[in-house]
Design a protein around this ligand. Structure first.
Ligand SMILES: Nc1ncnc2c1ncn2[C@@H]1O[C@H](COP(=O)(O)OP(=O)(O)OP(=O)(O)O)[C@@H](O)[C@H]1O
Ligand SMILES: [Mg+2]
Length: 271
């Protein structure tokens, strides 16, 4: 009763301490989806970006919270430059060409090549502020692009944001190791539902002979999915166009429906 989610100033000895933070008064966020991976460089930010683009094309109001505080890459993929502005009600997110809302540390720095040299608690606090202090307004799906691994930031996000589900991104070579399973086990430990696995850089489709080549070898994603009773919701090819468009800040020009099954999973979450 009367809980303001501020456990630090509360004398109640309640069993289920809710560490969740409250969104800005001007934010009306329906679903929060995290994009995670066991290992770096497998394509989380790309999957986050493509998912945002596909959801946006379907008419949803989409936001991206770039929780990769020290290695932010979302603004670049969408060609966002300059700094976001604040107002008396909070920080206004940046808007992409097609009206996807974005917040990222790179939108707070005067020079985007400046490093963010902050300790863990400050980084975790920033992630929370991206939720509490940003004026998100009406958002159907807020995507949270995580840094790699199972460290401080995923822990903060899982504990303090109302995450409805996560997507685990992996590349074929990662799957021979147990790293992807660490991410899955972390989600289970924290009672976060896994919407599915996405295998990125799964194959290369050669336009000259119409054949698919498994550049990184045979994948084991189906076995891992089966072992954990999960679905593989997408297998994305290595596509030089993806790399080119994200380098040019034009990822919104990439037309695909690779993530349709994942979108259906997100749509089916009951709120
Ligand atoms: N399917 C793909 N085809 C071509 N290029 C890709 C593909 N997926 C990712 N890339 C490129 O690979 C690089 C790494 O991808 P991305 O930044 O999405 O990985 P990440 O998992 O977010 O990395 P980090 O762990 O550093 O956050 C980027 O330059 C991206 O454009
Ligand atoms: Mg990334």
């Amino acid at each position: 009763m009367g809980c303001d989610h501020n456990c630090s100033s509360c004398s109640e000895n309640c069993d289920e301490r809710d560490l969740r933070v409250k969104a800005n008064d001007y934010s009306f966020i329906n679903k929060v989806i995290g994009v995670v991976s066991g290992k770096g460089g497998v394509g989380k930010s790309l999957v986050t970006s493509l998912l945002a683009v596909e959801l946006n094309k379907k008419g949803y109001n989409v936001g991206i919270l770039d929780a990769d505080i020290t290695g932010p890459s979302i603004p670049k993929a969408f060609g966002l430059k300059g700094m976001v502005k604040g107002s008396e009600i909070g920080i206004m997110p940046a808007l992409t060409r097609d009206n996807i809302k974005v917040i990222s540390t790179n939108l707070l720095l005067e020079d985007t090549s400046d490093p963010v040299v902050w300790r863990g608690p400050i980084i975790a606090g920033t992630v929370q502020q991206f939720y509490t202090d940003v004026v998100w307004d009406k958002i159907d799906v807020l995507l949270v692009d995580m840094p790699p691994g199972t460290g401080d930031v995923p822990l903060t996000v899982f504990q303090s944001l109302p995450v409805d589900g996560i997507v685990v991104v992996a590349s074929p070579q990662e799957l021979v190791s147990m790293i992807v399973e660490k991410a899955l086990k972390m989600a289970k430990l924290m009672n976060i539902s896994v919407l599915g696995l996405v295998e990125n850089m799964s194959y290369f489709h050669c336009p000259d002979n119409n054949k698919d080549y498994k550049i990184f070898g045979d994948s084991h994603i189906d076995e891992i999915a089966k072992k954990h009773n999960l679905n593989v919701v997408a297998k994305l090819p290595i596509d030089p166009k993806i790399a080119e468009l994200s380098d040019k800040g034009l990822i919104e020009d990439y037309n695909s429906n690779y993530l349709d099954d994942l979108i259906k999973k997100i749509e089916s979450i009951e709120k």
